[in-house]
Write a protein that binds this ligand. Structure first.
Ligand SMILES: C[S@@+](CC[C@H](N)C(=O)[O-])C[C@H]1O[C@@H](n2cnc3c(N)ncnc32)[C@H](O)[C@@H]1O
Length: 306
């Protein structure tokens, strides 16, 4: 019988009136030590919290569905170029790409550690190029497939023009999506986007009840429930249980305060819900080949477009 500590605590929080949930999350967080040695989303090696996170079902679903799209699209071609924006721990690529095709792979990631990790996961026939830059700061090579999984929510706002009103001096999601679309249209390729269905973008001011509620909905009601599902599954090892528990404490519980209180340029999560994504894709004149909710917690959606 698996330990039910986390499901009891999280179910209790989400049973409360919405206006009380943030305080309940803070209270629960305060019962655990203050700091963890690892900053979320910066470490991706085999012992990292991100590695544990990629074991949960919604993440495995993302990788499974993306693999299917890539496999189907490349079935008949022997030579192709893949560009990945934001590689993380490279879980998508483990034992995946064929060894008998001519493949060029560009990784665009601001974190220098991801280059080595992803390179080590690719078969020898893949010609690997690492562009150690932010996607906002680089051109995108013509690509048959671009994978942009859980990275666009790090880009604030819709457009550079909108961002200016909020004193943010960088392109918005629309400009980045258009740049990615230009790259695949060059080769009649496809762009795969995975993102969540929650709104935490710049129009929501810091430290407001509405923003905290959105963050609780995303990180507690959906993400924690999905994490706990894996923790309580009979196949979950003690080691993975411990790590996922730390993901809950040092990422999910903490994120409500961290993202809720941060000044806009430091928020780091500028999510759109699915309706806003669809509107943005329409503004980018994207052709939507497929769009689906990729898991049962409504955490993530997959969009395949060109
Ligand atoms: C949440 S991880 C997603 C990793 C992987 N795609 C997946 O689905 O598991 C985000 C990745 O994007 C990278 N990243 C964040 N902001 C970025 C930016 N502006 N430009 C390029 N890479 C970025 C991070 O370093 C990290 O590798």
């Amino acid at each position: 019988m698996k330990n039910k500590f986390w499901s009891e605590r999280i179910n209790y929080i989400i049973s409360l009136p919405q206006g009380h949930q943030r305080d309940a999350v803070r209270k629960l967080r305060s019962t655990f030590p203050k700091n963890h040695t690892e900053q979320w989303n910066t470490e991706f090696d085999s012992g990292s919290l991100y590695e544990a996170w990629t074991n949960i079902l919604p993440m495995q679903n993302i990788y499974g569905l993306n693999r299917k799209v890539i496999r189907d699209f490349t079935k008949e071609i022997n030579s192709f170029t893949i560009t990945e924006i934001g590689g993380g721990n490279g879980a998508l690529w483990r034992n995946f790409l064929p060894e008998d095709k001519n493949i060029t792979f560009y990784l665009i990631d601001q974190n220098p550690k991801t280059g080595e990790i992803i390179k080590s996961l690719l078969p020898k026939n893949v010609n690997f190029e690492f562009v150690n830059k932010k996607v906002q700061d680089t051109d995108i090579p013509p690509s048959d497939i671009i994978v942009s999984s859980l990275i666009l929510h790090h880009i604030p706002g819709h457009t550079a023009e909108e961002n200016l009103k909020y004193n943010i001096y960088s392109p918005g999601k629309l400009e980045i999506v258009k740049k990615l679309l230009d790259s695949v249209r060059n080769k009649s390729g496809i762009l795969i986007i995975n993102e969540s269905d929650i709104y935490t973008d710049i129009r929501l001011k810091p430290k407001t009840p509405f923003l905290y509620q959105k963050l609780v909905d995303s990180y507690i009601r959906r993400a924690c429930k999905a994490i706990i599902y894996t923790m309580e599954h009979e196949s979950c090892s003690e080691e993975l249980f411990e790590k996922l528990q730390n993901v809950i404490i040092y990422w999910a519980l903490e994120q409500v305060e961290r993202a809720g209180n941060a000044e806009l340029p430091e928020r780091d999560v500028y999510e759109l819900d699915a309706i806003h994504w669809l509107e943005l894709l329409e503004s980018a004149k994207a052709n939507i080949i497929s769009h689906k909710n990729s898991d049962e917690w409504n955490l993530f959606h997959q969009y395949v477009i060109n």
